[in-house]
Design a protein around this ligand. Sequence first.
Ligand code: GDP
Ligand code: GDP
Length: 433
Amino acid sequence: MGNIVAIVGRPNVGKSTLYNRLTETRKAIVDDMSGVTRDRHYGVAEWTDKSFTVIDTGGYVANSEDVFEIAIREQVIIAIEEATAIIFMVDVVTGTTDLDDEIAGVLRRSKKPVFVAANKVDNNMLLAQSAEFYGFGLGEVYCISSMTGSGTGELLDEVVKTFEDVEEEKNELPVYAIVGRPNVGKSSMINSLLGRQRNIVTDIAGTTRDSIHIHYKQFGHDFMLVDTAGLRKKTKVRENIEFYSVMRTIKALEEADVIILMLDALEGIESQDINIFHLAEKNRKGVVLVVNKWDLVEKDHKTAKEYEKTIKEKLAPFTDVPVIFTSVTEKQRIFKTIESAQKVYENRAKKISTSKLNDILLPIIEKTPPPATKGKHIKIKYITQINASSPMFAFFCNLPQYIKEPYKRFLENKLREHFDFSGVPIQLFFRQK
Ligand code: GDP
Ligand code: GDP
């Protein structure tokens, strides 16, 4: 199970500033590579070797006065249900407001760990003022400055202590999650696989329900499906539908080995889809892309190829991913989708022997060695696959620090050419030897 940390609080307390600080480096890299502006409300953060998803709830509520309080209240409830831990942020400069008290009330009733972060404590003079936040009855108050980063380390030290151990509570069955924006056809796909209707609606204030796991065992397949579609909550506030769906998707993604990312053929790939795709990539999950409602597209023999090319341009550099064109309503390629997910699952678990790796890669490296840097020759001596849940390779060499990004890509491409890693992110490490 992955861990999700939700930052809640009223507007302007500094949630997105903290969010940016926690996700900074990685976000910049990914944005650079794809050249696409994306929603930035959730991302991967790391603290003391622990990686987790952090979500800035503020991004999901519009600032219109009338829906405001209800929206925030609902969000906090959703966050309590879905997150591992919650950071409740308040602002030491403005002090406690009615909305703060309201949120605190909701949080006091939750069983999830809550951390009160008194933000904007930019200097020691403001420390004393934070004492009022003990009045929430939510325990310790962590004084931080999101802007300078001071105090955030102490806060995160405590937050990560609440995490469940992610380490391989290994499910023997493959776990696939069907994800995608509303209306792309996720429920239809699941119904079609199951041969019956599923339709579950729960009320927002209802009891907590875990994401739904379906054990699928038919026609020679045996896997778990994590369903993000079957569960629909009624919410009073439109923005929260998206917030809820994003929380569900992140959770499902973290539980899965492979995600089946569905798109609507008429709408193409959008920033939200790309965001999920990169989240899967960062979490080193397998991916199958499904372009559904293919029946609605006017096409000739070139259409699929061109469509695939357009999608992949937006996903670069990780483009070695299967793309399946389906029509759920016409029952086209539904099983091909599952077969593809299974293949990706196998690719992700694949182990290549050190001798095979070296037999194939060393001659290639000899022919095209890493370019010399500062007059120094770089020699890669041998390669071995690291024992991990997704493919990772260690390249042992004399000067690992001099190997540049383009050469890393070259090696990754060669690995992909010679060993099938379709749908799977792979990682390369360069180590001194
Ligand atoms: P959000 O609405 O809760 O996401 O708040 P923002 O992150 O957008 O921050 C609101 C304002 O507070 C911005 O002008 C930030 O620059 C400012 N701010 C955020 N963190 C700090 C902090 O630690 N110290 C000070 N002085 N200002 C901060
Ligand atoms: P979800 O929100 O992702 O679960 O999407 P649904 O399964 O509820 O589907 C949304 C709408 O798209 C429904 O009206 C479906 O009948 C329709 N739909 C689903 N798959 C297809 C398809 O392959 N072709 C066409 N034409 N419509 C589809």
